[in-house]
Design a protein around this ligand. Sequence first.
Ligand code: RB5
Length: 153
Amino acid sequence: MKHIVIGCDHAALDLKNAVRAHLEARGFAVTDVGTYTSDSCHYPEIAHRLCGKITDGTCELGILICGTGIGMSMAANKHKGIRAACCSDTYSAKLTREHNDANVLCFGARVVGEGLALDLVDIFLDTKFSEGPRHKQRIDLLAAIENGTIDAQ
Ligand code: RB5
């Protein structure tokens, strides 16, 4: 069973708690990196904490929620080895696992309702990367950009 890490800022506390309860009801091991109160906080700090749990191998996949999902995805994508996708439709949540091998799902508590959010989570967690060279070579190119080893032509 996958170990999932979740995090949010103050704009998404209630939705993060709903997602956490949903994941636990499904039997996932869940690490919650906060925030834990409605006090204003900084989404890059939460994203940084969450990404550390993935890059150190503690957790396989992550879910980050802020007001729009955009700030969280920007912050998460600054981390080596993190492929974060901000999704507000189920097709994108599925395809970002199949094609991009996304390891962090982001969405906005001010954008999606709880029902859609839980569908996004389920689809993201239940979809596997499409193994094989077609998508792998593109993931490798993303890593090359990150590592500065890509040919600029
Ligand atoms: C907080 O007000 C808001 O800026 C944050 O939750 C997020 O939407 C940023 O992208």
